[in-house]
Design a protein around this ligand. Sequence first.
Ligand code: SAH
Length: 303
Amino acid sequence: MLKNKKRADYNRAEGKEKSCDFLVFLCTLLDGLIFLSVVDSFGFALLTSFSEGDMLDNIRIVLVGTTHSGNIGSAARAMKVMGLKQMTLVAPACKVDGQAIALAAGASDIANNARIVETLEEAVADCGLVIGSSARNRSLEWPMLDSRQCGVKAITEAQEYPVALVFGRERTGLTNEELHRCHFHVAIPANPEYSSLNLAMAVQTLCYDVRMAWLDGAQTRPKSEDNEHENTASEGVTYPLSQDLERFYVHLEEILNKTDFINKAHPGMVMAKLRRLFNRARPEAQELNILRGVLTSVEKNLK
Ligand code: SAH
């Protein structure tokens, strides 16, 4: 009897303990959920601000050989209103002077902090995607984007590495050689009878499309969805940086000179066409390593 009472007490106590355990469990769960939602919203806030900074900061506006300082200022303003701030000037033919600062208005920080380099190669060395802008069709056709596609592509790939949008000189634009250093060309589909925008306005148009793509959430979609172009990054693909591709082209040219495939006196368009071929194929980092290996093996057998 006593035993039974003890057991009953024990069972009751155990029951209480169990319901107590359950309450504790419930509270912990609720606490956890509240904690998680706080962390989540904090994390999300961090993520969104991090994403904006990260994504748009990874997109660089490169102005080549600019002659009018006012255009540098106006381009800086065009960038800042769209949330971009990385400006690189390649061999500018003018200074960031009072005129530039006046036209930059509230974006003088961008003009003043612009990185100045001597060559386009230097400006884009660490970029995984380089897009050159041109109003004109060039003799050697290159993979083309319109400004919207350019915005989406820039935002999508800026998740992985720096992306450069390159703009040419006011009078003559980009040289063919400079354009051949780009993965894609972009043309703003302007009036075919008069398609040449003022430099800063071209910067404004492309930066606007970058922002639209960003606002549209291009950065949150899997890269495989961006399938408008064959050369699109797919999940898990790492593309080489511009400097690695350039090393490959130098190596390739060296070998083709050694084998006499290229006639040094009359090199013609071979290298430009090979660049276009590799650009179209857009080799991944690993594939580029294989190609470098192939060149090295040819080189060894030449000696
Ligand atoms: N007269 C030059 C155009 C220079 S305009 C030419 O014929 O090439 C300065 C720069 O603005 C160009 O080099 C290009 O980078 C950009 N730009 C102007 N209009 C453009 C357009 N319709 N599409 C893409 N880029 C353009």
